[in-house]
Design a protein around this ligand. Structure first.
Ligand code: UDP
Ligand code: MG
Length: 335
């Protein structure tokens, strides 16, 4: 066990990195200023989530130049939430901060988290007071959090991403959750513990494009809603019941009209509208079922959440630098 895992590090910062070469130098400089000013034994765990743009080389250089840096390289791009989980798993601090690499989460807020932790809070959640992103993105996030607030079966902190701090005992619980469809802010809220909130202004990206594509964000949003709510299923059953009820009433009224021969107009409009409408409702309901079904399928396959190709960390003694090659998480006969 190295010094990190034996508990010598008080403070870990976990940062997922996917093609962020333009921003890494500034990130390192700002982090160094903040962390060195805090006067604690710290480590920064970078998780290289299959970068192909030179980030890997840059991170390796960081590791070689500064013993505070740990680099976990995944075998391919697994996605933000999985990269963070890998980083949490590798972190050894008594408390751990999660943040993005693109400086949208300003490192300067970190000492406030640490203060709250020292005051006895186990989870410190950074809540966005404002966002400086594009209008469409802001609108979509606003709608997403509104919907999530309404449908979620558990209280989830709204307007909060992964940025924040957790005590190591909370981290242990979080990495112990093996759910594949991971919405970490939701899981963190679900875990409970003593929580505190810090308000901050979310910056725009310093450079580069967002690495979470629109489709990925959509999937992330769906994960949040379908993992934390059964309401979509209930809505589709309720809709089914209401529509069947209305159709029954309509059918009865048609029979009466026929019997008393009132206003009987032969035509196609009513059946066509009814068929199309019901067909649409059925497809939506099947789609919602499918969303749950594919998530259940993902869970039962029980594949590992990520695969580590290489882990670089300095060992206990300062004069000795080791590269730990961690074992693959899947063995050949499991595939
Ligand atoms: N990221 C990652 N893997 C991915 C996509 C993103 O590790 O597949 C990292 C990315 O480098 C950044 C963080 O996750 O540090 C957040 O990504 P991004 O800024 O694109 O997300 P957004 O701010 O749009 O939610
Ligand atoms: Mg970002």
């Amino acid at each position: 066990m190295n010094d990190v895992k034996s508990g010598n590090v008080e403070f870990s910062v976990v940062i997922p990195v996917f093609n962020e070469v333009e921003v890494l130098k500034e990130l390192r400089a700002r982090l160094n200023t903040v962390l060195q000013g805090m006067d604690v034994a710290y480590e920064v765990v970078f998780v290289d989530d299959g970068s192909v743009d030179g980030s890997s080389k840059e991170l390796k250089r960081f590791f070689e130049e500064d013993p505070h840096f740990v680099v976990v390289r995944l075998s391919r791009n697994f996605g933000h939430q999985y990269a963070l989980t890998a980083g949490l798993h590798a972190s050894g601090g008594k408390c751990v901060v999660m943040m993005d690499a693109d400086l949208q989460d300003p490192p300067e807020v970190i000492p406030d988290f640490f203060k709250m932790w020292q005051e006895g809070y186990d989870v410190v959640i950074a809540q966005r007071r404002s966002r400086k992103e594009g209008r469409l993105r802001r609108l979509l996030f606003f709608l997403f959090y509104k919907v999530l607030g309404i449908v979620s079966d558990y209280p989830i902190t709204l307007n909060a991403g992964v940025f924040g701090l957790m005590d190591q005992k909370v981290v242990q619980e979080l990495v112990g959750i093996s759910e594949r469809n991971r919405f970490l802010p939701g899981l963190r809220s679900w875990l409970g513990f003593k929580q505190a909130f810090v308000l901050y202004d979310r910056e725009n990206r310093t450079t580069g494009k967002p690495k979470q594509t629109f489709l990925r964000l959509l999937r992330y949003g769906f994960d949040a809603i379908f993992s934390f709510s059964y309401k979509p299923l209930r809505v589709s059953s309720c809709l089914g019941i209401i529509i069947s009820g209305l159709c029954l009433l309509y059918a009865v009224s048609l029979v009466f009209l026929r019997i008393f021969n009132i206003n009987v107009v032969p035509g196609f409009t009513t059946p066509t509208v009814a068929i199309l409408f019901l067909g649409g409702v059925q497809l939506i309901a099947i789609g919602i079922l499918g969303e749950y079904l594919c998530r259940i399928y993902d869970e039962v396959k029980r594949r590992p959440l990520y695969v580590i190709e290489e882990e670089l960390r300095h060992s206990t003694r300062k004069d000795e630098t080791t590269t730990i090659r961690t074992e693959k998480l899947v063995s050949a006969d499991e595939i």
